[in-house]
Design a protein around this ligand. Structure first.
Ligand SMILES: [Zn+2]
Length: 146
């Protein structure tokens, strides 16, 4: 039997605050909350702007690209469903737009996850068809054609 160790990972529970994020992710669109009063871009979902406290929050598509700000490899599963993944990567992603988010960088092991590595969002479909943003190393377009 060859089971997928990522099968059975938890999926986000919908609430009033994260619903736009989760619904856009299911459609393959990565969005971040933007304050329409002061222009601050935030992550994760918030009810009020973390800069000016306005509640004028609009969800806008993000590039979904950024760099690894910091990371660690977990050798203990703090959530039972993640036991099959040990050791697994937990990274702080700093988006090109500025805010930071905690997620995973998934690799095939051929390249290490490093601070400053370029990453881009990918979506992992979990239970109830909900998509969770994860990240993959982004080495950009191939620089050699020969
Ligand atoms: Zn604001």
């Amino acid at each position: 039997m060859n089971s997928n160790p990522r099968e059975g990972l938890p999926s986000p529970e919908l609430d009033e605050r994260n619903q736009p994020f989760v619904q856009n992710a299911a459609a393959g669109v990565f969005v971040l909350p933007v304050c329409t009063d002061c222009g601050a871009i935030m992550a994760p979902p918030v009810a009020n702007c973390t800069t000016c406290l306005s509640d004028a929050i609009e969800w806008r598509p993000s590039s979904g690209t950024g760099t690894v700000f910091s990371f660690i490899d977990y050798h203990r599963a703090w959530v039972k469903e993640f036991e099959s993944l040990i050791p697994y990567n937990v990274s702080i992603i700093e988006f090109d737009e500025g805010p930071r988010m905690i997620s995973n960088v998934l690799t095939d092991g051929s390249q290490p996850v490093e601070i400053g590595a370029r990453v881009r969002v990918a979506f992992e479909t979990r239970g109830e068809g909900r998509a969770v943003p994860v990240f993959v190393l982004d080495n950009g377009p191939a620089s050699e054609d020969n």
